[in-house]
Design a protein around this ligand. Structure first.
Ligand SMILES: NC(=O)c1ccc[n+]([C@@H]2O[C@H](COP(=O)([O-])OP(=O)(O)OC[C@H]3O[C@@H](n4cnc5c(N)ncnc54)[C@H](O)[C@@H]3O)[C@@H](O)[C@H]2O)c1
Length: 268
């Protein structure tokens, strides 16, 4: 199997190390804006091939893994599928745009390609998928974060609330996922993945809690419907040098890659 990884940052780094370890991966290409990042991560690896030109490398690639940015999904996603590769996406927030999403999904359909969306920083996305096959009453994503993690949100920048002086936890936003992804773009990946797996951006509710005593990024999924009730909580350790990204999100990409390369799938 040949793989092309876009992004050699926190998540990409874990994926690249796994590509080097996996016997089923013959060789893999790495593309990043910053050649230094690629050089640092791939030094000494036998199967890694740093590249600068996506279009030259992509013919003959079986799987393109995006672990870079929403912009990278827009720039390379369709081209990967048109070249016959499957596509794994981490910057799921790019799929919030309805027209872009339909175009990408349509390209996968017409080229016989697959788009893989790992569970990321959430837990319980598998159960949400199953429960959504029958009637769903309500789906809520509750995100609890310390004030520092919310400071650069559009919500705070527009001056809707001063979080710095907060002494106790406070619900700072309640509304549909469609509105939450605009006000809290850093939360966009989890809200997008949940909305797409479940009942869509309008019916998925988001509650954001700012909690000064919280040291992790905590995501709780609550679902009620015909199949019963679900509650999935992930209390996520952030990457030390990149607190925006949860370690679990990177591990979910590695686990998805193992599934794609393997013969037995758990939790399908
Ligand atoms: N699905 C989830 O649950 C989840 C969780 C955390 C992060 N993410 C998303 O995954 C992506 C990667 O996260 P990360 O923490 O590894 O980021 P990071 O900042 O550590 O690394 C991203 C790397 O991608 C490179 N890059 C960005 N755009 C590029 C482009 N167009 N072409 C080439 N290289 C490009 C950057 O130079 C950087 O080295 C982000 O978009 C992030 O929002 C998803």
């Amino acid at each position: 199997m040949r793989i092309l990884v876009i992004g050699a940052g926190s998540i990409g780094g874990e994926i690249i190390r796994e590509c080097e370890r996996l016997d089923t991966v013959e060789e893999f290409y790495i593309l990043d804006h910053h050649p230094n990042a690629v050089e640092r991560i791939s030094r000494g690896m036998k199967k890694a091939r740093p590249i600068k030109d996506f279009d030259r490398a992509v013919p003959g690639v079986d799987l393109v893994i995006e672990a870079a940015s929403q912009e990278a999904v827009q720039r390379y996603g369709k081209r990967a599928l048109e070249n016959g590769a499957d596509l794994m996406l981490m910057s799921v927030g790019a799929l919030v745009d309805h027209d872009f999403r339909e175009e990408l999904f349509g390209t996968a359909r017409s080229n016989g390609g697959r788009i893989y969306i790992p569970t990321g920083a959430l837990c319980g996305l598998d159960a949400v998928l199953s429960a959504s096959l029958v009637h769903v009453e309500e789906v809520t994503l509750e995100t609890r974060k310390p004030p520092e993690s919310l400071m650069d949100s559009v919500f705070v920048k527009e001056g809707k609330m001063d979080l710095a002086g907060l002494k106790t936890e406070k619900v700072i936003f309640q509304g549909p996922a469609s509105q939450a992804v605009k006000l809290f773009p850093k939360n966009v990946n989890v809200a997008a993945a949940l909305s797409l797996a479940g009942v869509g951006f309008e019916r998925t509710k988001v509650r954001v809690i700012c909690d000064p005593s919280c040291r992790s990024n905590v995501h709780t999924i609550l679902l009620s419907g015909e199949s019963g009730e679900l509650k999935g909580v992930s209390i996520n350790v952030p990457f030390p040098d990149n607190p925006r990204t949860s370690y679990l999100a990177a591990l979910s990409a590695v686990s998805a890659l193992r599934n794609i390369c393997g013969h037995v799938w758990y939790g399908v």
